[in-house]
Design a protein. Sequence first.
Length: 490
Amino acid sequence: MSRASRRREMQDQRARSPRDGRYAPTLGMNAPVAPNEGGTSADTTRIAAIATLTVMSLACWIVAHTATPIAPVVGTIGAITGIALGVISPLAGTILAVALVPFRGGSDAVPSSLAEFFRGAPLWGAVARLLFERVAASRRGESIGAPSRLMTIAAVAGALIAPLERITATAMHTFPAQGSDLDMLSIVGSQSLLFGAWIVSAHLPRKAVDQLLRAAAVVIAVALILSFAGWIGLKPVKFFIFDPKVFGRLASLGFPTPTAMGLAIALPLTAAVVFTRSRVLGVVLIAATGLAIVLTESRGPMIALLAIGLIAIPTIRIIRGVRVIGLLGALGLAGAALVFNRYGDRFDQLLAGSIPNLDSDLQRITSWRAGIETALAHPITGGGWFSLRYWNDGELGKANVNLSHNIILQGLSDGGFPLGIAAAIIVLGSVAVMIKHWRAIPISWRMAAITVVICGLWDMPQMRAFGALFAGLALGLASRPVEKSEALTS
């Protein structure tokens, strides 16, 4: 018997086996049930455990927002229960992480590093379970249609290397040793989250992905409502969101630019879900997201919206004049908002006969050079956490730069070539897979991945949890060229 015949026979046996592939929707998670039966006691116990851990983690998240001495302890318990939830049900854990990441992880009584980690903790339980399932399936000789082994190894390596930036910073005396453990937790809850989210979205079964995206649409809608409420000054919502305004810019989901990047990346994924339910609600979601991004005054996400809008035009199969005019009008307004948002005052300077100052744009080039030089100076370890804060270029007037402003260069400068290469494999590898299987990948997934690339050209989605989470999810979805087997636990 040939190898192909043996593989087909094994797949047929698994298809007939009650162990694999028998999934029924329960509480929004895929709980396995035995064929022709109402479910076993083990299934009931699993569902009860999922519900209990979800409630416990959410309760801890709420209590952590109170200014009490027990808030840090409760936050720690919430993180542990979230991880346990992800191990039991990767889908439930990922949904919980998506629900928590856009918002604050606790009150000021909770250390910011712990709060950062708490929000994304459920995802790490999901990562551990899915990787275990992949290794186990591989040892059994099962084909699960998982993404390439190289990309998966790069994602694991990137997630593990990123927290070491803090140790490097201590060794280089750019940060004190005190508090390094908490800072490493913060990195796990932000930069590492991009790699973890990639692993999850690249390995979850397709049905679980659909459920995840439906949940994400609800979360983004709630986040937008709370963001606008905070923008107009409603105090109760400040209990859960970040400072709604930073230098007059919308920053309610972490900081202005990370808020904009996370929303821009999430928009194609969530809008596709909402449009299947209601076109009116879909238009409202797009308009609200666009307004929020404009209020952040961030260029990269605005340019990304223009790009994905142009990409969407050829996909309109039933072309009507009103639709095309409306879409082009929306793109025109977005372009005008981008130009005047960034360069409006410079037009005034030109009209007044003076030369506008473009130093802030040239600073990007300086930051890219700084990232490359730091990586070359420290190829193995990089310069450590926020290494570019201490870099200056004497030839350009000692122009101080804080970040490399590039998704790959940031990894190179802070984590050396190991982290930079890991980031490059995930970003460029996902793009390569997407291009190779362009027609097989849903357009909303492609648009989200393209948004990550555009934003990542001169910003770093991975530096804050909200942007890191959705960037990782988008790139992972782009790495799924074919339908996945349901063998992996959801």
